[in-house]
Design a protein around this ligand. Sequence first.
Ligand code: AMP
Ligand code: MG
Length: 411
Amino acid sequence: MVDCCSQPGLLPFEQALSNMLAAITPIEDIEQVNVEDAYNYVLAQDILSPLNVPGHDNSAMDGYAFSLKSLVNNKTLTLVGRSMAGAPFQGTCGLGQCVRIMTGAKMPADCDTVEMQENCQVDGENITFLEEKKFGAHVRNAGEDIKEGQAVYSKGHRLSAIDVGVLASLGIKRVSVYRKLKVALIATGDELKKPGQTLTDGDIFESNSYVLAGMLNKLHVEVIDFGIIEDSFAAIKHAFEQADEQADAVISSGGVSVGDADYTKMVLDELGEIGFWKIAMKPGKPFAFGTLPNSIFFGLPGNPVSAMVTFHQMAIPGLLKLQHANDIKRAHVQVKTTTDLKKSPGRMDFQRGVLSINDVGESVVTSTGSQGSGILSSLAKANCFIVLPSCQGKVNAGETVTVQLFDQFLI
Ligand code: AMP
Ligand code: MG
């Protein structure tokens, strides 16, 4: 979807995203990791199940196993043995007979049905079945969860905690994954101080690298923090050269608009092929993207909300592509807004909102209030973006809007 309402001179958001993705080539370095270390890695192979899960027919209940034919004329069967998880029944269970069976235990060869113990009357070795049963009741069949040879995961899939458990349950010991990316973080600005340092007149505490490092952690990359770099050509050039040598991707914040102290553009023009884009999105109009000799580069705006939103909407899909991971599908819902939303046509807005349930049980969204691009607390209160397309003007309370739920990177 390319919108036609963007202000002249601004690149529509979708076009910026697709231009950026087209310029990124995924890494190809593969390594083998043990399954216990595989959490959050991106698979570099398809996984086919080496076995059936479950591996054998087994009981879903604690009770008695038998052949259903046994109950046609007779409701009382004779107990001939036990089948426990890890210690299956070894004998034969003929007509008129049953076997005590526990949950997960292997079904005896001649049995097809299980009755739970609550529906049986026990008198020594005589077990009376109180209810009618259906053939195969309470039996889990071999391969009903996963069949041998079935595709379980494909290349590009990021392994969750559950996925690691599934791999273990298949007896898989090692998997091929793409190596971890190294990502360099650079904060630029003479006014920035780290928490713990003393602020002098006009200074502020640096916060972007903290937000970005947290989000990068969820992408399972190694972060190389270059700290705060002063606004000087030499210092910025040195930092970018070092970062490019060590990292697969370099991310800076600040200095991408064209202010007096914005040396980033001069340095990057000298070092690589960087486009300085004005994207038709709000917050986050200035954004730089391109290639350095050994890495890709994302230049985020300095304002904390703009830095976070451009990182989330632009850099994350770029880094996912670089690390060979499948793109994430962000969840969108259509709901009514409880508040008026200020907006003028020309840019796609990512306003911060709180999605909640109102008194009559409907999902509704409420703006977090002031939407200034420096107000990080507006983001801290939010649990979603209210995504307003470029063409959209002001929205009145009660109108329906599109909401993008915060994903795993933002919570
Ligand atoms: P700039 O893009 O460098 O002009 O910065 C825009 C605004 O964002 C200025 O008010 C900066 O002080 C602020 N800013 C820049 N970098 C950071 C940072 N790392 N953490 C917090 N605020 C920042
Ligand atoms: Mg600056």
